[in-house]
Ligand binder design. Structure first.
Ligand code: ADP
Length: 399
């Protein structure tokens, strides 16, 4: 069985084709600059990489080019599109309407469109990707896998904000959480690693990348997560502020003559470790600058680690304990300095890491960095969101 995973952004469309018998990736690639001059498709197989520079005025043209690349006589990997059994789409927001993945129908698409306002940066692009795919492969079943779904097990006292209950009901203003496929994947991998039984486990998963979020996973289910109504909440991120006193918005608007939208754009794009350091949102640049003595880069790193540390502590309190701490995504998997800073002075919680193991390079496998005598097991687990999407789509086909 072959499943194509599609992740559509506003000007990009990434894809991976999986052989589900082996769960191996046959080909991966992506279209960049859709709707912008200079669009390009990059297609990578075992044999090498092919770059195709072609105009892509919209997602439908991009999707057509992807399918042409997949069946191309030279660099293609399948003979015909009929070899693709299903497509799995990454979708940001379920709006609380789906608590798991679903097969695409007209009704499901209509619900996604209704929920687009909950994720204005991602949802319109996700929907364009789905529609483009449907047009070029109308008879292929499609699964939708939501970033929010794993968090649907949060209890009301975790997902509710302390606002007027009618506004929660009428406008669906609540915490949803994001990066769900990643938190799900790494927590399941951790459970397998720890012996296979989900019941009784208390895990905190730290997805630290361009965007970052921390989740409390109890008995294999999400109990709480740091992102909120939008992916702006929680720990500080590359360019996003994370949690901030909402009254700052009004103050900022007055000082800088900002509209509400300007304020949100500012918090999304000009803040985080990039804003604090003035150096970069990239942790490779930040750790280098900090090592060279740049005080603001050091401050940004400290602030980031402190933000994550506080969530770990609060989730240990929420779950009445902690067995395992998991680091994943670009920073979590690669930046040992950040893992070290987060785990420092956490012996009160029973967290101690082995410095030497922590500094070893990411090798794509699960690595345990727990120190001797640490009560909490600390794991570095490479995430694989695409594989989760492919697996869930396969499961939907079986239903
Ligand atoms: P996203 O997918 O959210 O854009 P990633 O999970 O790829 O983000 O994480 C990007 C972050 O990971 C960057 O800040 C980058 O500096 C950091 N990082 C550190 N080391 C590496 C590495 N070896 N490869 C990729 N990213 C790395």
């Amino acid at each position: 069985m072959k499943i194509l995973v599609v992740n559509a952004g506003s000007s990009s469309l990434k894809y991976q084709l999986f052989d589900m018998d082996t769960e191996k990736v046959i080909v991966k690639g992506g279209c960049e600059r859709i709707g912008i001059r200079g669009s390009k498709l990059t297609h990578k197989t075992d044999k090498g990489e092919t770059d195709i520079e072609k105009d892509m005025p919209n997602h439908k043209v991009a999707m057509q080019l992807v399918l042409e690349a997949l069946v191309h006589p030279e660099y293609g990997v399948i003979k015909s599109m009929s070899e693709i059994d299903a497509v799995g789409h990454r979708v940001l927001h379920s709006g609380g309407d789906f608590d798991g993945s679903v097969l695409l129908t007209d009704e499901v698409l209509a619900i996604c469109k209704k929920n687009a306002e909950l994720g204005p940066l991602h949802m319109p692009a996700n929907i364009l990707g789905i529609e483009a795919c449907r047009e070029v492969m109308p008879d292929t079943p499609m699964g939708l896998v939501f970033d929010t779904a794993f968090h649907s097990t949060m209890p009301p006292h975790a997902y509710m904000y302390a606002i007027d209950y009618d506004d929660y009901k009428n406008y669906k203003i609540r915490k949803y959480g994001f990066h769900g496929t990643s938190h799900k994947y790494v927590s399941q991998e951790a459970i397998k690693y720890l012996g296979g039984k989900a019941e009784g486990t208390k895990i905190v998963t730290c997805h630290l990348g361009g965007g970052s979020s921390v989740s409390a996973v109890k008995d294999g289910k999400c109990a709480d997560t740091s992102m909120g109504f939008t992916p702006l909440a929680g720990v500080p991120m590359g360019t996003r502020s994370g949690d901030i006193d909402p009254a700052v918005l009004e103050f900022l608007a007055a000082k800088k003559n900002y509209s509400m939208l300007d304020c949100i754009n500012y918090l999304n794009k000009q803040c985080g470790v990039a804003g604090v350091s003035g150096v970069s949102s990239d942790f490779r640049d930040l750790t280098k600058a900090a090592a060279e003595g740049n005080e603001r880069a050091k401050l940004a790193l400290d602030l980031f680690a402190y933000g994550v540390k506080k969530y770990i502590g609060s989730y240990a309190a929420a779950m009445n304990g902690l067995d395992c701490l998991v680091f994943t995504a670009g920073i979590g998997e690669n930046t040992w300095q950040v893992r070290k800073a987060i785990c420092e002075d956490m012996d009160f919680f029973g967290i101690k890491i082995d410095d030497k193991r922590n500094e070893e390079k990411n090798n794509g496998a699960i690595r345990e960095i727990t120190a001797k005598g640490s009560k909490v097991r600390v794991l570095v687990i490479p995430t694989n969101e695409e594989l989760v999407i492919a697996r869930e789509t396969k499961e939907l086909l079986g239903k």
